[in-house]
Structures are given as structure tokens and as C-alpha cells.
Design a protein around this ligand. Structure first.
Ligand SMILES: [Fe+2]
Length: 247
């Protein structure tokens, strides 16, 4: 079974549709690690698309804030501004769908998925010391996580934590990880709608764990197209600009 692993789409329909077009026919089922909305101009269109492709989805912090399930008091002013804008613009049925998203971690087939960390869905896992807790808590060999918008991951083998980086060079689309049976993996597919690792291309993964492979993809999309819609919607300038830098 090949799983398309999406995360942190952040209401960017241009990026999501470009990714879905690019990998058409290469996956059987799709999962989403949260942050379907927030930051971007297309909350309804992206929720519609995720529901249409029947993605098994867990909630992210922006889904909680955008739906009104949580207040956005701990967000920075720019993120809070868009959370409130998102809340105003979501159709009632989409707001309800976001409110009902399950909290990670959950198990899908042979792997697990969580938005942030195992013990706290809102915790950012940037460093090996932070990853260790989740690697020890994992009840599957492979767990996918999001939230940081950084494609990569961590391994636990022989009581040592390792760091994985996946960055296909420009001109190529993906690099492949071959998993080892004695290693535990915490893998981040990166962000579809707001990459933050200096590479502006959408990031995601395709996992074929019965064949021990995970592909880490980068796909360019029409950034100006989504930036124009953000400007028309009156979304904050810093959010529009950062897409041009992948930061
Ligand atoms: Fe996010």
C-alpha cells in the first residue's frame, strides 16, 4: 500500500493541487498530519479537496484556532490575524469538519502519525533530544510528524538518535529512504503550503512501507498565483513574502 503523506497545507490550494497532479497514480491512500488551514487564502477549497480525496487527517494547532476550537491567544499577531480571518471565511460544514478532526497520535495501517510530538500535539520537534521522547513512545517502527515545516527526520538505533536530511537537488523531484528493520523512524514530510527550510518547493512524502521505502518529494508550484489571492484577501504582507523565500 502506497501512502501519500501530506502535512501543513495551510490553505494553499495552488500548492496542494500541483502536488496532487504531479503524483497522480503513484499512491493508493492519503493521510494528512494537520494544519489544513491557517496562513493561506483558500481554507474552504483546501478542506473541500482533502475531504474529496478522503485523507485520514489529524488536527493541527491552526485547525483548532481556525475552527474556533481553541482561541489564538498563543499565536503571534500575524498568525492570530489569519486564524480569525479563517474562522470568518470557513463555511459552517468545513468549520465543523475541522473541529471534529481527531487528535494525534493515531495509528494508520502499520505506521503512526502525530502533528507535533507524542506527548503534546503542539510541541515542535526540531532537535534530537526532543525527538528522543517520541521515538521511545512510538508504538510503530515509523511515525510521521509535521508542525515544524522542515522536511527530514530522526532515527533511533542501538540507543543512539540520528538525524536525517532529505533535500533533492534542484531539477530532481525526490530522494528515497530505505528503512532498516532494526531502526525506529520519526519522519517529517515537510510542508505543502509554507515550506520553511529555504526551499520554496512544496514538500511531502510517499511511503511504501511494505517495500521499506519512503520517498521525500519537492515539487515547484506557482507561488505568485497564491500570493495574488493572499493580497486580494488582505492577508498580512509578511506571510505573502515568506513564500518567495521558503522561510
Ligand atoms: Fe503548520
Amino acid at each position: 500500500m502506497r501512502y501519500l503523506i501530506l502535512s501543513d497545507i495551510h490553505a494553499n490550494l495552488t500548492a496542494l493541487d500541483t502536488v496532487l497532479d504531479t503524483v497522480k497514480g503513484r499512491w493508493d491512500k492519503v493521510v494528512c498530519l494537520g494544519d489544513v488551514v491557517g496562513y493561506g487564502p483558500d481554507p474552504n477549497e483546501v478542506v473541500d479537496r482533502i475531504r474529496e480525496i478522503d485523507a485520514t487527517t489529524i488536527r493541527g494547532n491552526h485547525d483548532k484556532a481556525g475552527s474556533g476550537l481553541a482561541n489564538a491567544d498563543d499565536f503571534n499577531p500575524v498568525a492570530r490575524n489569519v486564524a480569525l480571518w479563517t474562522r470568518d471565511h470557513l463555511r459552517p460544514e468545513n468549520r465543523e469538519w475541522l473541529e471534529k478532526l481527531p487528535t494525534g497520535p493515531i495509528t494508520v495501517d502499520t505506521f503512526m502519525m502525530v502533528h507535533g510530538a507524542f506527548r503534546d500535539e503542539d510541541e515542535y520537534v526540531f532537535a534530537p533530544a526532543q525527538a528522543l521522547d517520541s521515538l521511545l513512545d512510538a508504538r510503530a517502527q515509523v511515525t510521521f510528524f509535521g508542525h515544524t515545516h522542515l522536511q527530514g527526520g530522526f532515527t533511533l538505533f542501538d540507543n543512539k538518535v540520528g538525524v536525517l536530511h532529505f533535500k533533492p537537488p534542484a531539477g530532481t523531484n525526490f530522494s528515497t529512504l530505505t528503512t532498516d528493520v532494526e531502526t525506529t523512524y520519526l519522519l517529517n514530510p515537510g510542508s505543502i503550503g509554507q515550506p520553511r527550510d529555504g526551499d520554496t518547493r512544496s514538500a511531502f512524502a510517499i511511503a511504501d512501507l511494505s517495500n521499506n521505502t519512503v520517498e521525500f518529494w519537492r515539487v515547484p508550484y506557482d507561488i505568485e498565483d497564491v500570493q495574488k489571492r493572499m493580497a486580494t484577501a488582505g492577508l498580512p504582507e509578511p506571510l505573502i513574502l515568506r513564500l518567495s523565500f521558503g522561510r
